[in-house]
Ligand binder design. Structure first.
Ligand SMILES: Nc1ncnc2c1ncn2[C@@H]1O[C@H](COP(=O)(O)OP(=O)(O)O)[C@@H](O)[C@H]1O
Ligand SMILES: [Mg+2]
Length: 238
């Protein structure tokens, strides 16, 4: 599988075209960013663990009825995916309050929410990824009403499947972000699911095992990602 042209270089990944128009190669780099790109660092080995972590989660979701863009893992840090028409939107579910919502609503870190809370954010670093709602999405034409319903339904299902998967390994899925795109008229789960885009706490000690270790300067970021992977029984090649 050959990379032909880099079409996007994001904060953590690069997407390359391949000989097949339907496919892209998703390369996970070591680059790590937080606070809308204001804090940046390369964390050695992060790309390799995240690529394989993502593939494990996407496979698990597929086995549980969620269709994803993943075609196959190519090597330690690269995967082949379907090329999608992406929604410029992030879908977030929070089981507990942590991060930006605590600032926004003055909530204590870790507060258990009565119900999983779904939020949409616009993917726009310059604007600081603002919180938006269904009305904004429809008025600005970012997605249709039916697509909104489908993205919500899928994200709640992802939450159910993964909350159980992580809890069985002694980890609380505090919150997570996913992205979707369209392939042949069908909405597929795209982008990545890794500790870069979710919060995972040890269910006994409440130790943070995700990208908050980077945001908050707690250290051992990649090591923690490996510990999570080990607990879930992933066999990460380095
Ligand atoms: N299957 C796909 N087809 C096309 N674009 C995708 C696909 N999966 C993810 N993307 C996009 O590729 C980029 C991934 O790189 P990333 O470093 O995460 O970027 P960002 O800095 O925008 O978060 C994102 O813009 C994401 O929306
Ligand atoms: Mg991203």
């Amino acid at each position: 599988m050959k990379k032909i042209k880099e079409i996007t270089k994001g904060k953590a990944k690069s997407m390359f075209t391949t000989e097949n128009q339907e496919h892209l190669i998703m390369h996970f780099s070591d680059d790590t960013s937080a606070f809308d790109g204001k804090k940046k660092e390369a964390l050695l080995g992060k790309g390799v663990v995240n690529n394989q972590f993502n593939a494990f989660i996407m496979d698990h979701l597929k086995q549980n009825g969620i269709e994803t863009h993943l075609v196959e893992v190519i090597d330690n840090s690269d995967s082949l995916v379907y090329r999608l028409d992406m929604f410029p939107i992030e879908c977030v579910i929070r089981n507990r309050a942590s991060g930006s919502i605590c600032k926004r609503l003055g909530t204590e870190d870790g507060l258990i929410l009565e119900n999983p809370l779904f939020e949409f954010f616009l993917k726009d670093d310059d604007l600081g990824d603002p919180l938006i709602n269904d009305e904004h999405i429809i008025s600005f034409g970012w997605a249709t009403h039916e697509q909104i319903l489908e993205m919500k339904k899928l994200t709640y299902k992802v939450n159910e499947i993964l909350s159980k998967l992580f809890l069985d390994s002694g980890l609380i899925l505090v919150d997570f972000k996913v992205e979707y795109g369209v392939h042949n008229g069908k909405i597929l789960l795209a982008d990545e699911f890794t500790p870069d885009g979710c919060r995972l706490w040890d269910s006994e000690t409440m130790k943070k095992m995700d990208k908050d270790r980077f945001r908050q300067g707690l250290g051992d970021v990649v090591e923690s990602y490996h510990q999570v992977a080990d607990r879930l029984g992933m066999n990460i090649k380095t």
